[in-house]
Write a protein that binds this ligand. Structure first.
Ligand code: C5P
Length: 232
């Protein structure tokens, strides 16, 4: 799988997302649909964006008992998305069940990646609230290794962790990395950020870019700049 830029379409309605996608007349970017848009518009939004020819990462971060996740993944798989995800904290049994549910009768399935620890969870919260008493880097790598051992295709992580993840889980194990900003743009609420060019050097497989493209005065130009820095 080649490197690519995934646009985080964090919009609250189909009207907004289509007004945004209509700006792209020459290319069909890979898009991420998250909980906000999915819960607002339902599965129809996935079908409509797919019908326009976009690849889709459905970012719903499933986390439940294995049987529920298996059945839910089967439903998502029928939407013909290209990538979806879950929380590695759901354990190996849940991850394996998810893969079974995702696999279509013809043996194909969307790529499945895991969230290790959310970037909003820091080491203090992990220790005091979750009673996980290890350094956060070790926890992230352990969860990534668990995802790889369960047969998943990759993890969501920081570009800064991409090299370590590849070392531990193999070169082919995907690193899908948010927290991307241009050298000359606003950081917003992201704490540790990396430019598309630096993410490429660090070995990310996919960068997930939201506001630097969606809130840019010229989103198509901003997307092309990401592609030029990260892919070309
Ligand atoms: O606008 P921005 O580029 O910060 O958007 C990044 C996208 O990646 C958002 O959809 C955000 O929810 C998602 N994300 C993230 N950090 C994670 C996991 C997902 O920023 N650790």
């Amino acid at each position: 799988m080649g490197k690519d830029v995934i646009i985080a379409c964090d919009f609250a309605s189909s009207g907004e997302v289509f007004a945004f996608l209509d700006k792209f007349t020459e290319e069909k970017p890979y898009v991420k649909i998250g909980m906000e848009l999915f819960y607002a518009e339902g599965p129809a939004i996935v079908r409509e964006i797919k019908a326009r020819g976009h690849r889709i990462f459905l970012d719903l971060k499933l986390h439940d008992i294995p049987n529920t996740v298996k059945k839910s993944m089967a439903v998502l798989s029928r939407l013909d998305v290209d990538m979806c995800n879950l929380h590695a904290a759901g354990t190996a049994a849940m991850m394996r069940a998810a893969l079974e549910g995702l696999t279509r009768p013809d043996g194909t399935r969307p790529a499945l990646i895991a969230v290790t620890q959310l970037t909003s969870t820091d080491e203090t919260r992990m220790r005091e609230e979750l009673l996980i008493d290890r350094p956060i880097d070790e926890v992230v790598m352990h969860y990534a290794a668990g995802a790889a051992a369960s047969g998943l295709d990759g993890v969501v992580c920081s570009p800064l962790e991409a090299g370590k993840v590849h070392e531990r889980c193999g070169k082919g194990f995907l690193t899908v990395t948010p927290g991307i900003r241009f050298a000359d743009s606003d950081v917003g609420d992201q704490a540790r950020v990396t430019t598309p060019a630096r993410a490429k050097e660090l070995g990310s497989d996919y960068i997930v870019v939201g506001r630097p493209i969606t809130a840019a005065p010229d989103p198509v130009a901003a997307y092309r700049r990401c592609v030029a820095e990260f892919v070309d």
